[in-house]
Design a protein around this ligand. Sequence first.
Ligand code: SF4
Length: 363
Amino acid sequence: MRGLYIHIPFCRAKCGYCDFASAPGTPGEIDVFLGALAREASTYAGLAGKFSTLYVGGGTPSLLSPGQLEKLFFIISTLTGPLKAIAESTFEANPESLDAVKAELLMNAGVNRISMGLQASQDSLLKRLGRLATPGDFLKAFGLLRGAGFANINADLMCGLPGQTRKDFTDSIEWLLKLKPEHVSFYALEVHDGTPFSADGVEEEPDEAADMYEDGAAALGLAGFARYEISNFSRPGRESAHNLNYWEQGEYLGMGPAAASYLGGERRANTASTAAYLKAALGGDAIPLQYRETLTGKAKNAEKIMLGLRKTSGIELTDYIFIEFKDEISRLLDAGLIEKSGLRIRIKEDRLYVSNAVFREFV
Ligand code: SF4
C-alpha cells in the first residue's frame, strides 16, 4: 500500500482563513506548473506502478481547464498506470469551477472519489469565509457529479466560524444529508498567522466548535454514518483508503509545492513556495525541502501511536511498544482520556475533540 498525493497550488481567490500553499494563478502559470510537475514525476520513475491510492488536492484542482486536466492525468499515469486499476482515486473540487465537461472528464480518467468543499449552507457564512460558491452552486455541482456517475462523494464542513450558531451547523449538516453524500469531514476553524482572518482579529471559538462537533457527530450517527477518524465520517465501506494509509504510518509520495512524503522511513516536504518549486523543477535541480527527517526508535513508535489514535478504532500495540510507553498510557487511562482492551488503546469517543491533550503525552 503506497499513496500518491499531488498538490495543485492554484485557487481562483484566496479564502480569508486559508494558510494552504495556494494562490490565484493564470492559465499560463498553470501550464508552467504542469511542466514542472512532469519533471518532478520523472524523478520518481523507479516508483512507477507501485501506488494503490491517488489524491489530487490543493488549492483547487477543479480550476484546471479540460486540456490541463488531460495533461495532469497523463503525468499521473506515468507513475500509476491506468487510474482504473487503482483502488481509490480522489480529486478535490470546488463547486464554482466544476462543470459537466470536467465531471465527465474526471470520470473517464478513472477518478472514483470526489471531495468537495461546502463548509456551510448559509450564504452569509460562506461570504464571511471568502468562499466563491453558494449553496446553490454546491447543489448544482453535486448533481453534475452524480450525473457523471460518481458514487463516492465527500463534502467538507467547518465549525466554530465567526457568527456561526450551533443551529447553523446542524442546519448545514441536515442540508447536506438531503444530498446523501457517502462521506463527510468537518473541521474547526483555525486562525493562522498571515491570513486575512488573523489580520482582522478573528478569534477561534474552541468551546462553541466543540459543541458543534458533538452535535454534528450525533446527527451523522443518526443518519447511518460511522466516525472512523476524529474529523471523518463515512457510510459503511466508504472510508478514505488514502487517508487511512496516513494514519497507519504507510508510505506515500507527495508531489507539487508543500507536498509531504513518507518513503523509506524518511519524512520530508517540498518547499511551499510555488516560485522556488517551479525554478528548481524546470531547471532540473532537486526540489528545495521545507524539512527532512528520519524517525527511528521511540520517536517513530510515538508517531505511530499518535497517528493510530486518530482512528476511532485506535491502535493495537506490540508488547514492546506497550512497555515502552506504559507511563504515558497509564496517565491517559487515569485521566479518563483513553480506554484499553488487551493491547489496543483508543481515545474515548467523547474525548476525541480534545485529542491534542492525548497527543501531547507522546510528543
Ligand atoms: S479554496 Fe481551499 S485552498 Fe483555495 S483558498 Fe480557499 S481554503 Fe484555501
